[in-house]
Design a binder for this molecule. Structure first.
Ligand code: C2E
Ligand code: MG
Ligand code: MG
Ligand code: MG
Length: 286
């Protein structure tokens, strides 16, 4: 009887390994044609200044709709794009699309906001990255000060290489933000060595802020530290009024999360910005 059970669990887990492998292969197969087939689009999530209640910037987030796979979330296909090297092409597409959209809004007379774009580790390690970004800025006409690049700390980052790559980016005049701050392994070391402008406190620290004293203590400390280091701070994943209250008490000025808005299509951002401008025409903050 017990042998039987072992066998079924074993074959069960082999089956699921096989399924995972198959899914990965399917994703890679379809990902190769996704750009040419125009299967990607971007959604944008507002970053809000809670002192003024105004949108100060946007984070662009990629979405993929494939005819056979359906909607595949970025956490499923970005790792595949990284491993297969497709991330270079996809990353360039995202940057061009985000900068183009940002320029369109500026030209339409909407408030000039910053546009944040996520970079994956493999893109960050690419020696051609800053040249590619410069090319896109020139092509689209977006001023570098409006572009913000989000990088995630990770264990396998070589500190010297990463510091070099970051200073190259900084020379372009773009801003650099550390995404998912607090989830990596040597955040403090990076802060010392890297020329970054902003910390994005990971959403896991914001969840249930009111009832989790440890989280509140961490968030408070990160905000104080960022102020002392002259870094901007954004709290990610704000979902409730209660969390917002705690963040206000901690002196957190910039937030992003479902509480204000989910990531939405460009048209919806336009509506929000138009309403925003009509309400308080002279109080646009970048
Ligand atoms: P991220 O850069 O940390 O982005 C924040 C993620 O949290 C987004 O998920 C967003 O939809 C979600 N989020 C925002 N507010 C809330 C909230 O209040 N509650 C909850 N539960 N979630 C919230 P998304 O769009 O699925 O992206 C996941 C990750 O995939 C991103 O994390 C980023 O690391 C990566 N990613 C997305 N787009 C791109 C891209 O264009 N390029 C690269 N390299 N990575 C991307
Ligand atoms: Mg991000
Ligand atoms: Mg991230
Ligand atoms: Mg994040």
């Amino acid at each position: 009887k017990s042998v039987e059970i072992v066998e079924t669990t074993l074959s069960g887990s082999l089956q699921s390994k096989h399924d995972q492998f198959q899914r990965r292969m399917d994703i890679e197969f379809h990902l190769r044609k996704a750009i040419t087939n125009e299967e990607f689009h971007l959604v944008y999530q507002p970053v809000v200044d809670v002192y003024t209640n105004r949108i100060v910037g946007l984070e662009s987030l990629i979405r993929w709709d494939n005819a056979s796979l359906g909607q595949v979330p970025p956490c499923d296909f970005i790792p595949v794009a990284e491993e297969s090297g497709l991330i270079h092409e996809i990353g360039e597409w995202v940057l061009r699309e985000a900068c183009t959209q940002s320029m369109k809004w500026q030209e339409a007379g909407l408030p000039h906001l910053f546009m944040a774009v996520n970079l994956s580790r493999r893109q960050f390690n690419d020696s051609g990255l800053s040249a590619m970004i410069q090319k896109i800025l020139e092509e689209t006409g977006l001023q570098p000060k409006y572009l913000e690049l989000e990088i995630t700390e990770s264990m396998s980052m070589d500190v010297n290489l990463a510091a070099d790559a970051l200073s190259q980016l900084k020379k372009l005049g773009v801003r650099v933000a550390m995404d998912d701050f607090g989830t990596g392994y040597s955040s403090l070391g990076y802060l010392k060595d890297f020329p970054i402008d902003k910390l994005k406190i990971d959403q896991s620290f914001i969840k249930g802020l009111k009832h989790r004293e440890v989280n509140a203590a961490i968030v408070n400390t990160v905000i104080t530290m960022a102020k002392n280091l002259n870094l901007l701070v954004v709290a990610e994943g704000l979902e409730t009024e209660e969390e917002l209250q705690v963040l206000r008490d901690c002196g957190c000025r910039f937030v992003q999360g479902y509480y204000f808005s989910k990531p939405v299509l460009a048209e919806s951002i336009e509506h929000m910005l138009n309403a925003d401008t009509r309400n308080k025409p002279n109080r646009i903050v970048i």
